[in-house]
Design a binder for this molecule. Structure first.
Ligand SMILES: NC(=O)c1ccc[n+]([C@@H]2O[C@H](COP(=O)([O-])OP(=O)(O)OC[C@H]3O[C@@H](n4cnc5c(N)ncnc54)[C@H](O)[C@@H]3O)[C@@H](O)[C@H]2O)c1
Length: 466
């Protein structure tokens, strides 16, 4: 089922206001309670809904596409795109011609897509005259130039996060998209993940299971990793490296750690999850306080902070929400996840392997009806074995744990790419358009400023204006 069809289907589901339902239950005490108990018994068997199967519309409009940047992520996106119908790869552009470009072109050829190879994107845009869209997975500091040139050439663009390493770059991208009247999707792929969509649309917005949200916390903790290397015989010539903004092969491979090229771990990893804070809270932060430093790695080769702890304050219609986020690169404890905490429940969610759960606060109204409707799986009582890899937080959060009843087994990026291509075809709307990506960039890039300033920084309305 496509995202579009999913959304249409969701629209058709009758929306039940949680308080209406509870009032109804209170009005029929005997039958209501017995009924609820019966429902509870019957629903002990978990209802897990597969996000599939997909229905591929007939006569799907074929699209000609190119990829700029076929490194680690470019190849992940190519793998996901090869699973989508109706795409014709025409060209790949990458400055590492003898390694990443060759490898990506070889894979595409094996799958029936002989592509033209380019080292320079300008050359590609002049020569490739029948493209519809370009997928960009170059290092962050190239995103603005690459995306703007593609948009000005009349092409739709899917650009990886972080939208840009500078707000000036991100701003240029939004303006170019508006001026050209072409689509620009930013690669915050959780926005198209069926599990995240279910949590936002159904659990938070419709069922309001968390009650009044008061706090968020999340993290991406990653184990120590050596710097990235390269096979000596494939080293790029220094003049080519310099032409494309790199001082050395070390910097070319480890661009994330360098100021002016990337934004460090808080931007690289944190942007995915802080984007979800803004989305699920339906708000922009009003301030951020952060502490960080290059505490573990050699600062000469790692200019950005390897450790960052940040606290945002959001003002929502329901009240203040304080949101903590940390990224560590010297310890992988508990990996990556986001927790949304309200006075009636907690949502624990992660992109990682269907990890997640929803926990009812002891004082919250019962959730039986939501279970019956399939919004949640039946509860596992405290002390029972969880079926998916989750943190054992039941004792400290809430007694019962419910699974999020959507199993998602496709490659993580596939629905987001599908959402982009279907929007190009006029069948959908973007889940992360340029303006949304810009808001996330404003939110995340400010953390590095707050670390440097050593104090809480306020966001103004002006900061988010384009
Ligand atoms: N959405 C996600 O989950 C996710 C995951 C990883 C990376 N990313 C993003 O993807 C992008 C690429 O990251 P990566 O890990 O693949 O990096 P990488 O260094 O492995 O790959 C970058 C590629 O771009 C090429 N390149 C560099 N400058 C170029 C230029 N001017 N023109 C054409 N090609 C150029 C390099 O040769 C390399 O092949 C980054 O923006 C990163 O933040 C997103």
């Amino acid at each position: 089922m496509t995202d579009k069809q999913n959304k249409d289907k969701n629209k058709q589901n009758p929306s039940i206001d949680r308080r209406d339902f509870l009032q109804g239950l209170a009005a029929t005490p005997v039958l209501g309670l017995f009924g609820a108990a019966l429902i509870h018994e019957q629903s002990v068997k978990k209802k897990l809904t597969k996000a599939k199967p997909k229905v591929v519309p007939e006569n799907l409009e074929p699209l000609n596409i190119a990829v700029i940047g076929s490194g680690a992520q470019g190849q992940v996106l190519i793998d996901a795109m090869l699973k989508l119908p109706g795409l014709h790869f025409k060209a790949v552009c990458d400055i590492w011609t003898e390694y990443n470009l060759k490898r990506a072109a070889g894979i595409l050829k094996r799958y029936g897509h002989p592509v033209n190879r380019y080292i320079d994107y300008r050359d590609m845009l002049v020569r490739e005259q029948d493209l519809d869209a370009v997928v960009i997975a170059s290092p962050d500091f190239w995103h603005a130039d690459h995306a703007v040139a593609c948009l000005e050439a009349g092409l739709h663009v899917y650009c990886e996060k972080e939208m840009s390493n500078t707000l000036e770059g991100a701003h240029r991208m939004v303006m170019a998209s508006r001026k050209a009247g072409k689509l620009l999707q930013i690669g915050h792929q959780r926005r198209s993940n069926p599990r995240y969509l279910h949590c936002y649309d159904k659990l938070i917005r419709e069922a309001k299971l968390l009650g009044r949200m008061t706090s968020v916390n999340g993290q991406w903790n990653r184990a120590v990793q050596p710097d990235l290397g390269w096979p000596e015989k494939y080293a790029i010539q220094p003049d080519i490296l310099r032409k494309y903004g790199f001082d050395s092969m070390h910097q070319f491979r480890n661009w994330r750690w360098f100021k002016n090229l990337g934004g460090g771990p808080i931007v690289d990893l944190g942007s995915h999850q802080i984007d979800i804070y803004n989305w699920f809270l339906k708000a922009r932060p009003k301030s951020v306080l952060a502490s960080g430093g290059t505490d573990y790695y050699d600062p000469a080769a790692h200019e950005w902070y390897d450790t960052v702890l940040a606290i945002y304050e959001y003002e929502t219609p329901a009240g203040t929400v304080r949101a903590f986020y940390q990224t560590l690169t010297s310890n992988s404890s508990e990996g990556y996840f986001e927790n949304f905490l309200g006075d009636e429940g907690t949502l624990h969610i992660s992109e990682s392997s269907n990890r997640g759960g929803v926990y009812r606060e002891p004082n919250a109204p019962q959730w039986d009806e939501w279970v019956r409707l399939g919004y949640l799986s039946a509860p596992e009582k405290a002390g029972t074995q969880a079926t998916s890899a989750v943190l054992d937080v039941r004792e400290t959060i809430a007694p019962d744990r419910h699974d999020i009843p959507i199993v998602f087994t496709d490659p993580y990026h596939m629905p987001h790419l599908e959402n982009f291509f279907n929007t190009v075809r006029g069948l959908d709307t973007l889940n992360c358009p340029a303006e949304t990506g810009y808001e996330t960039a404003v939110t995340v890039l400010k953390v590095n400023e707050a670390v440097k300033a050593g104090k809480q920084l306020a966001f103004s309305e002006q900061d988010f204006l384009i």
